[in-house]
Design a protein around this ligand. Structure first.
Ligand code: PLP
Length: 384
C-alpha cells in the first residue's frame, strides 16, 4: 500500500503512520528495524540508500516522514534529544557567527549559547521574548546568522509573532529557528509562517508519554544550513535510535487528539484559577488578558496547549510548598505528556533564570479536569 497520499489531511496520515501496511505480514503497525548496518545487493549497491545507522535507518526515516508531513516540511531530522537538535544547529553555523535568542526561553538552551559565546565559538545577543523592536535592535545585518525564538516560551509562556520575526531575521540575512515544542504542528506550523527551521523537543507533545527523549528539526530543502546540520548529526552520532523512533511513530498517531484534550483541560483549569482570590496571575496564552493572546490566537490554530504558569499570593515559600502537596499532579520537570506535572520552576531553572519564586509551572495532561482542579485547590488550602 502506498506510504503517502497528498489528498488526505495530515492527522489522517499521522493516525495511520502514513498509511503503512507491512507488506510481509499485513501488520498495521510499522515494524522496528534495529540494525546498525545494512547489506548491499549483488551489485554492491545500497538497497534503499541505508548504509549505517549513524547516517539514517528505516524506522527513524519513517518517523521523520510523518513529522515532515505534519510540519509541511520537505524534510525532518530526528535526534536523540531536543538539546542534541539545537546543539547541531549552532554547530552548523559558520565560525564566529552572531546569534540572537530570547533572554527567557528553555534555560539549558541559553546555557549552551553562553558556553559557546564564552569559548569564542559564537557571538550572541538576547532580547526579551515577544519584543519585536528589541529583536530588530539586536540584529546585526550581514553578521547575524541565526535567530532562535521559542513560542510559547518557557517561564511566562510569552508569545512571539513568528511571521514578523521571520521578516526581521530575513532582512538581516539570518535564519529563523522556532522552538515550537509547546505548540506542536497540529496547532502551529512555523514553516508556513516563514520560519526556516521548526524545532521541537519531541520528548514533549510529540512523544507524549514521558518514556524517551528526542528532538526534531524540520525545514524546506533549500535551507542553507540543512546539509551541515545533517553532517553534524552524523559526526556526533546523535540520530534517534530505532526503538525510540518506533515509540515516536506510535505517539504521533494520537498527537492531535492528545493535544486537543490537554488544551481543553488547560483552558478550563486556567479559567477556574484566574478568578481565584489567592492567585496573583495565571499565565496562559489562551486567556484573553495574556499579553500575547491575539498573536497566539492567530498562530495557534488548534488550541493553546497544556502549558501555563501560576503565580500564587502569599509567602515566598508558598509555591515551593504547594509543589510538594499535590496528589494528582506529579512533581516532576518536563511537559507535554498525558500525565499532569507541576514544578517549582525557579528551583529547576536556577536562581539566575529570572523566574519569580512564587511561580509554579504546570503541564496539564489528559486526566479528568475535576480531579486536577480539586488537587490544586487542596494544595492551595494546605499551604494557606
Ligand atoms: N525546548 C524546550 C521548550 C524544552 O522545554 C526542552 C526541554 O525541556 C528542550 C527544548 C530540550 O529538549 P530535551 O529535554 O528533549 O533535550
Amino acid at each position: 500500500m502506498a506510504r503517502k497520499s497528498n489528498t488526505l489531511a495530515p492527522e489522517t496520515l499521522a493516525a495511520q503512520a502514513l498509511r503503512h501496511i507491512d507488506p510481509a505480514s499485513g501488520s498495521v503497525v510499522p515494524p522496528m528495524v534495529a540494525a546498525s548496518t545494512f547489506a548491499r545487493d549483488e551489485n554492491y549497491d545500497l538497497r534503499e540508500g541505508y548504509i549505517y545507522a549513524r547516517y539514517g535507518s528505516p524506522t527513524t526515516a519513517h518517523a521523520e516522514e510523518i513529522i515532515a508531513t505534519l510540519e509541511g516540511a520537505d524534510e525532518s531530522l530526528l535526534l536523540n534529544s531536543g538539546m542534541s537538535a539545537s546543539v547541531a544547529v549552532v554547530e552548523a553555523l559558520p565560525p564566529n557567527a552572531h546569534v540572537v535568542a530570547q533572554s527567557m526561553m528553555y534555560h539549558v538552551g541559553l546555557h549552551w549559547l553562553d558556553r559557546q559565546a564564552r569559548r569564542g565559538v559564537i557571538r550572541k545577543d538576547l532580547f526579551p521574548a515577544g519584543d519585536l523592536d528589541a529583536l530588530e535592535a539586536a540584529l546585526i545585518p550581514g553578521e547575524t546568522k541565526l535567530v532562535w525564538i521559542e513560542t510559547p516560551a518557557n517561564g511566562d509562556w510569552s508569545i512571539t509573532d513568528i511571521a514578523a520575526a521571520a521578516e526581521l531575521a530575513h532582512r538581516a540575512g539570518a535564519v529563523l529557528m522556532v522552538d515550537s515544542t509547546a505548540a506542536p504542528p497540529c496547532t502551529t506550523k512555523p514553516l508556513d509562517l516563514g520560519a526556516d527551521i521548526s524545532f521541537h523537543s519531541a520528548t514533549k507533545y510529540m512523544g507524549g508519554h514521558s518514556d524517551f527523549t528526542a528532538g526534531v528539526l524540520s525545514a524546506r530543502k533549500d535551507m542553507p544550513l540543512w546539509a551541515d546540520i545533517r553532517e553534524v548529526r552524523s559526526f556526533q552520532g546523535t540520530i534517534l535510535p530505532a526503538f525510540e523512533s518506533w515509540l515516536l511513530i506510535r505517539s504521533l498517531r494520537s498527537l492531535h487528539i492528545r493535544y486537543e484534550a490537554c488544551s481543553r483541560n488547560a483552558m478550563a483549569f486556567a479559567q477556574h484559577f484566574a478568578a481565584h482570590q489567592v492567585i496573583e496571575a495565571v499565565l496562559y496564552p489562551g486567556l484573553p488578558d495574556h499579553p500575547g493572546h491575539d498573536v497566539a490566537a492567530r498562530q495557534m490554530k488548534n488550541g493553546f496547549g497544556g502549558m501555563m504558569s501560576i503565580r500564587v499570593k502569599g509567602s515566598d515559600s508558598r509555591a515551593f510548598e504547594m509543589a510538594k502537596q499535590t496528589k494528582v499532579f506529579i512533581p516532576a520537570t518536563s511537559l507535554g505528556g498525558v500525565e499532569s506535572l507541576i514544578e517549582h520552576r525557579r528551583t529547576v531553572a536556577g536562581e539566575d533564570s529570572g523566574i519569580p519564586a512564587n511561580l509554579l509551572r504546570i503541564s496539564i495532561g489528559i486526566e479528568n479536569i475535576d480531579d486536577l482542579i480539586a488537587d490544586f485547590e487542596q494544595a492551595l488550602a494546605a499551604t494557606a
